[in-house]
Design a protein around this ligand. Structure first.
Ligand code: ADP
Ligand code: ZN
Length: 201
């Protein structure tokens, strides 16, 4: 990003977007460039996501990886932090608790570059976990888009399918196991089955 070289001291940058929008690719790209600049870099990723490569690497859908420390909470990030790291990157940050907001701020205040990649909306199309606060406090926010698998428009939403059908609004935010799958979709093609919810318009 062209703005980044103008920042000095510590700062927070957020890479937000739907699944398949290229967040992990972009995080890996930034991490590699920081390494080329001979920065001391530490990468974390949420435990909940162990797609493709196991829990000790960040993998993108194109197969590139960097090594990462698995974490379940903001407190674990703090405990496992390398005190000499100059750049701290966290993938799948949407799964972490609210403690990550204060921690990211604190690290930036202490001169660290903090790179956070996360899904900004859940399967209902609503803000996901700590993402709203992180996007507000960040110096730089990039919102990436996937491609809607139904119409080819830029996709901003995560379509949850259970047994191939759109999931109900009431299904749990994070489903472990089961036959669910996800697709990238645009606002118009995104579907959430609702009961008798009143419509706003
Ligand atoms: P994210 O971390 O946002 O889930 P990744 O960086 O892991 O995304 O993967 C992005 C890659 O996924 C793209 O470069 C592309 O090769 C692939 N991909 C698969 N399905 C889609 C889609 N519907 N839209 C865009 N990219 C897709
Ligand atoms: Zn669409």
């Amino acid at each position: 990003m062209s703005q980044h070289f103008q920042l000095s001291g510590g700062w927070v940058e957020v890479i937000a977007g739907s699944m398949f929008s290229g967040k992990s690719e972009e995080l890996i790209r930034r991490v590699r460039r920081a390494m080329i600049a001979k920065k001391r870099v530490q990468v974390f990723k949420s435990h909940l996501d162990n797609r493709y490569t196991g829990v000790f690497t960040v993998g993108s859908h194109d197969g590139r990886t960097v090594e990462a420390v698995p974490v379940d909470s903001a407190a674990q990030v703090a405990t496992r932090l390398d005190p000499h790291a100059q750049v701290i990157a966290i993938d799948e940050v949407q799964f972490l608790d609210e403690g990550i907001v204060a921690l990211a701020s604190d690290l930036a205040d202490r001169g660290r570059r903090v790179i956070l990649a996360g899904i900004d909306t859940d399967f209902r199309g609503e803000p996901f976990g700590p993402m709203p606060q992180l996007m507000c406090l960040a110096e730089v926010v990039d919102k990436l888009h996937a491609i809607c698998v139904l119409c080819g428009a830029p996709a901003t939403r995560n379509q949850r399918l259970v047994d191939g059908k759109p999931a109900h609004w009431d299904s749990p935010l994070i489903m472990v196991g089961g036959t669910e799958s996800y697709e990238a979709r645009c606002r118009q093609c995104h579907q959430v089955l609702r009961g008798d919810q009143p419509r706003l318009l």
